[in-house]
Design a protein around this ligand. Structure first.
Ligand code: CO
Length: 217
């Protein structure tokens, strides 16, 4: 039996078990999803949104990319964000990084990796911003993990710079933004930052006027 075949076999077993515990589980989910959370996480195979939070399908709307980035020109991320905020009306957006992130580690190196350079460049910019406190740390691992934390904080900031979030804050005082870092070695989440839906939390230069936010985009 190949690893690939196993996926399909395990799927059958999982479906059967879910159905046994809750007969209407799939019927309910087939009709609609009503997740309260948007998850922006790393693509790393060890950081699965549902698995580490003990949640089921239907509970978290998920976007993942290398190093859980919120890049303001990324149409994929922005489409997910707009749908989650404006249609699903999520109450919380969680940016979840993780210690030992390969993307962050690569960004701290001088490797030329081809196309990925362009993605990692965004993380290098975060490093440039926090170079002093990061370089003050003794080991490479400590420096990389500190950059993981600053990176999560900066991606939360990137979220609140978007008109999507600012419009929702104006209209319905939500969603709340959370920055987390997951520990691969203990499976625990470190809650770094929470940003309430209050426009005074937005750096003034990035803040759009209420009047402008009412204009359809
Ligand atoms: Co990662």
């Amino acid at each position: 039996m190949s690893e690939y075949d196993n996926l399909l076999i395990q799927n059958k077993a999982w479906s059967k078990q879910k159905h046994e515990v809750d007969e209407s589980f799939f019927q309910r989910l087939a009709v609609q999803q009503k997740p309260h959370f948007l998850w922006i996480g790393c693509s790393d195979s060890r950081v699965s949104a549902n698995e580490i939070t003990g949640t089921d399908p239907g509970e978290i709307f998920v976007h993942r990319n290398i190093a859980n980035m919120v890049v303001h020109t990324d149409l994929n991320l922005l489409s997910v964000l707009q749908y989650a905020v404006e249609v699903l009306m999520v109450e919380h957006i969680i940016v979840c990084g993780h210690y030992g992130c390969g993307g962050v580690g690569a960004a701290l190196s001088h490797q030329h990796l081809g196309l990925i350079n362009k993605w990692l460049r965004n993380i290098k910019e975060v490093y440039r911003q926090y170079r002093e406190p990061i370089d003050a740390l003794g080991t490479e691992t400590e420096r990389a993990n500190k950059l993981v934390e600053y990176n999560v904080i900066e991606q939360c900031q990137s979220l609140i710079k978007t008109t999507i979030v600012q419009k929702a804050w104006m209209e319905r005082k939500a969603p709340q933004i959370h920055g987390w870092v997951y520990g691969l070695s203990d499976g625990l989440i470190n809650e770094l930052v929470t940003i309430d839906a209050d426009p005074s939390n937005i750096d003034p230069i990035f803040r759009y006027s209420d009047e402008q936010l009412r204009v359809p985009h």
